[in-house]
Write a protein that binds this ligand. Structure first.
Ligand SMILES: Cc1cc2nc3c(=O)[nH]c(=O)nc-3n(C[C@H](O)[C@H](O)[C@H](O)COP(=O)(O)OP(=O)(O)OC[C@H]3O[C@@H](n4cnc5c(N)ncnc54)[C@H](O)[C@@H]3O)c2cc1C
Length: 158
């Protein structure tokens, strides 16, 4: 089966919007890699994430804000021949992006980020109380580079 490379920005953004989870990869100063799954929001080439104020990820990012983000749409198992293992594939779009985490401090920008994250998962509108907004850590990642591949295309059967 074919693997397609997508470079069209609209296709890439559509793929990101179809994903439920963003895997955030970072590297500690001793070179140890650390990857965590996170919920996210997306708008105009910026990925918005949120967390508590402390933890392993925060202490790594304060020293090294470089991240690699990975997104994957729900895979659908496809095959060309049911008895041929190597003809099986997962039809899915996958996006990888690189950037640097900036912790947003501006109140209105934090509110915007929280709304974008919620909009990614729900059609509802939400109110956020001030202490909650002040307490949350907002991570902004402007994507410096992004690649998108679609796997498992052109199957004969599903
Ligand atoms: C689908 C999904 C969505 C999530 N969305 C968010 C989100 O939007 N915001 C958010 O803050 N968190 C989210 N989480 C949790 C997130 O993956 C981390 O666990 C969390 O952010 C704490 O990270 P930390 O580095 O501060 O961990 P710490 O609390 O400092 O972790 C201590 C240790 O626990 C282990 N650990 C931490 N996280 C995980 C993990 N996910 N899986 C296995 N072991 C772990 C590691 O060994 C780490 O060294 C999500 C998890 C899932 C599964």
């Amino acid at each position: 089966m074919k693997t397609l490379v997508h470079t069209d920005q609209a296709t890439i953004e559509e793929a990101i919007r179809q994903c439920q989870v963003c895997s955030v990869g970072m590297v500690d100063t001793d070179g140890t890699p650390y990857v965590i799954p996170m919920s996210f929001g997306y708008e105009e080439n910026i990925v918005y994430l949120h967390s508590g104020q402390e933890g392993r990820s925060i202490s790594i990012l304060e020293k090294n804000p470089n991240v690699c983000l990975s997104f994957c749409t729900d895979p659908k198992i496809v095959f060309q021949h049911p008895q041929v293992a190597c003809s099986y594939s997962a039809h899915s779009k996958s996006v990888i992006g690189w950037g640097r985490v900036v912790f947003e401090e501006d109140y209105d920008e934090k509110l915007k980020a929280l709304n974008l994250i919620m909009q990614h998962y729900s059609d509802k509108t939400f109110e956020f109380n001030r202490p909650a907004v002040l307490n949350v850590k907002i991570w902004k990642v402007e994507l410096q580079k992004v690649t998108c591949k679609e796997f498992g295309t052109s199957p004969h059967k599903n």
